[in-house]
Each structure stands twice: as structure tokens, then as C-alpha cells.
Design a binder for this molecule. Sequence first.
Ligand SMILES: NC(=O)c1ccc[n+]([C@@H]2O[C@H](COP(=O)([O-])OP(=O)(O)OC[C@H]3O[C@@H](n4cnc5c(N)ncnc54)[C@H](O)[C@@H]3O)[C@@H](O)[C@H]2O)c1
Length: 379
Amino acid sequence: MSAYPVKVGIIGCGVISTAYILGVGRSQSIQVKSVADIREEAARSQAAATGVGFATIDEILADPSIEIIINLTVPNAHAEVSGRIIEAGKHVYSEKPLTVSVTQARELLSLADARGLRVGCAPDTFLGASHQACRALIDDGRIGKVLGGAASFLSRGMESWHPNPDFFFKPGGGPVLDLGPYYITALVNLLGPIRAVTATASTGYPVRRIGSGDRAGEDIQVETPTSYSALLTFVNGARFTLDASWDVWKHQRAPIEIYGTDGSLLVPDPNFFGDEPKISDKGGDWQPVDIAGFAFGERNRTLRTGREVADHRAVGVVDMAVAIRRGRPHRANGELALHVLDVLLAIGKSASDASAIEIESRCERPLALRQGTDENVFQ
Ligand SMILES: NC(=O)c1ccc[n+]([C@@H]2O[C@H](COP(=O)([O-])OP(=O)(O)OC[C@H]3O[C@@H](n4cnc5c(N)ncnc54)[C@H](O)[C@@H]3O)[C@@H](O)[C@H]2O)c1
């Protein structure tokens, strides 16, 4: 295969596919050749809107020039679609969660392993400037030994703006499986793997009404808890509380707070790549942390709320493509995603069974990125 750009395909042309096509478009190392979807009209219209090629699912899987396929289907289809991609002899990079069960995830990784293929998985936000800056501070011992902290992601949910929000409220959905991957991945990047969880959960609203698109006004029966509180114990001994909810209108909590023996750190929203962390040395005032030396921190997207964010989604695919060419491990990898999934499912199981759960899986912390302001940091 020629060096760069590595050609990628996309299966799943829904809401998130535009961000990926834009993200890949910013990279010199990878290029989208074509897109496919079980609904061919969705793939045709995304191809026409973005200027990439259209393919049927069979065509994209059979295309010998495509080395990586990005799986942007819904969570319940991830295992099957990623399995087909590997069976077709291609590396797969999946949106999160990797699959909806740990057994499926293990089978997928074994299949890929047996064929010498890679599995990558979102989120890749931990590669962003704010999270890498926090990682450098922790690794440099700036807050001492990490003893614990708190993570929270609290909102009123997605049904007001997502045109097809059903899967968020069905088994396999809920705030922990949907947003938890960002938070748990960010924490594992900073602190390493988690060894135990205990959780409780509840459902704030039994019915959700779709607020936009062709189905506006339609009701969805909620079949998954929408509020969770969990206690996470890390292998390194740190203890974190985690609160995840789609039943909250307003709050005043930081996305992630980390408490060390020598200070505290406020880690920005792991849904995005930028924003300014803050550090306090031994109870001193919060000081802003400069993230300018790290890549993928510049703001490039305005949310519906008007908030400007750094969204460099797809850099995990860039890292995987460069890693394939250079024969090194990639960072947003299957073992990390499997561990994150294991923790997320254990939170759900602990809540439903009212039990404490020991986490079996482990993963390495992904290698920190060196400083630098563009994708050359992956070389
Ligand atoms: N929407 C977001 O803001 C967002 C953000 C981050 C991650 N994600 C993740 O991205 C994934 C997709 O989310 P979305 O919001 O784009 O969903 P979506 O429902 O808008 O799109 C999913 C697409 O996948 C297609 N599809 C479903 N099953 C398929 C199959 N078996 N084969 C081929 N195509 C199939 C559907 O036809 C649809 O076009 C999910 O895993 C979600 O967790 C979404």
C-alpha cells in the first residue's frame, strides 16, 4: 500500500458522520474514499453533500484500496458491522461504545488479532490539548499522588434536538453508555485502569417526546435508567464519584475534578478536545493551565448553545493510520475501549443488582502525546 493518505471508508451516515468527514478532511494522513449505509439513500445524500464517494455496504467491504473502515452505525449494530469489516480484511475504527457486551468486544478483538488487524474506538478526545496537558501535569507529579476526585455529566438529554433519539432511551443506551465513554476514557488516560465499581440508578421520566425533525411530537418509552451515581476505585488506589444523568436541567459541577496530595486539578469537558484546565497548588487559587503547546486544542465548532468548542474528532483514526504505517501501537485502541465498556456495563449491573463489582479487564494507559501543534505529533 502506498504511504499516505491511508484510504478509509465509513459505514453509517447518520448525525455524527458529517463530523468525521470534516475531521478526516483536515488530515494529511487519511482520506475518505466512500461512505455506505444500510439505508442507501442516507449514504447517497451524505456522499453528494460532502463530495466523497458512495458505495453499497458490499462494495465498500470489497474495495481493495480501503484499509480502514470507520463504523458509525448505532451501538446495537457495532459488533456485527465491525465483525464484517474485519472479516473483509480491513482495520476497523468504531464509534463508541465498542460493542454492547464485553463478550462481543472480546470476540471482536480476538477476531482482529487472529487476522493481524487493528481495532480502534472512539472517543479520541483524550488526545486533545486539554487532556494531554492534564496528563503531563499528573505525570510530572504537579498535584502529587492522586487520591480521588469526582466526575459529572448532567443534562436534560438528547430528545429535544436529535431527530432519531430512540436508541438513547433503550437497553444499550442511557447516559452511562452514551457519555460515559468520554469520561471513563479520559480518567483511564490520566490514572490508569479501574478495579471496582458500585452504583445506583433511577429513571427520571418514563416517556420522552421527540422535539425536532420529521418525528417531532412522537413519544419514546424510556427503557433504561437515566440517572446513575457510581463509586469507582482505580487500580492505583484513587477513588472517584461519578454522576451521570439526563434528568437534570441545570447544575454547577465541573466535568472532572482530581484531588492529589499536593493540589487539585480541574479537567475540562472530555466530550471535547480543548478548554482550559485549572490547577491549585496546596489550596492556592485556581491557576489556568496553558494548553497552547499541545495539538488539537483550537476551537473549530460552535454548538447549538453558542458555545465554541474544539472538535477534532477523527484524530484517533489518524493516529491509528500512522501507527499502522509505522508499526507501533495506536492510542484509541480496542483494549482501552474494552476496559471502558467493561466499567460502563459494570456500573449498570451494579445499579440493577445492588452489588459491588470487581472489574476483570485491564488495559495500559495509552502513550502520552509529545508536545506539538499538528498531526505530526503522531509520527
Ligand atoms: N450524534 C452524536 O452527537 C454522537 C456523538 C458521538 C458519538 N456518537 C456515536 O456515533 C454512533 C452513531 O450515532 P448517530 O447519532 O450518527 O446515529 P444515527 O442514528 O444518526 O445514524 C446511524 C446510521 O447508521 C445506519 N445503520 C444502522 N445500522 C446499520 C447497519 N447494520 N449497517 C449499516 N448502517 C447501519 C443508520 O441507517 C444510520 O444512518 C453511535 O455509536 C453514537 O453513540 C454520536
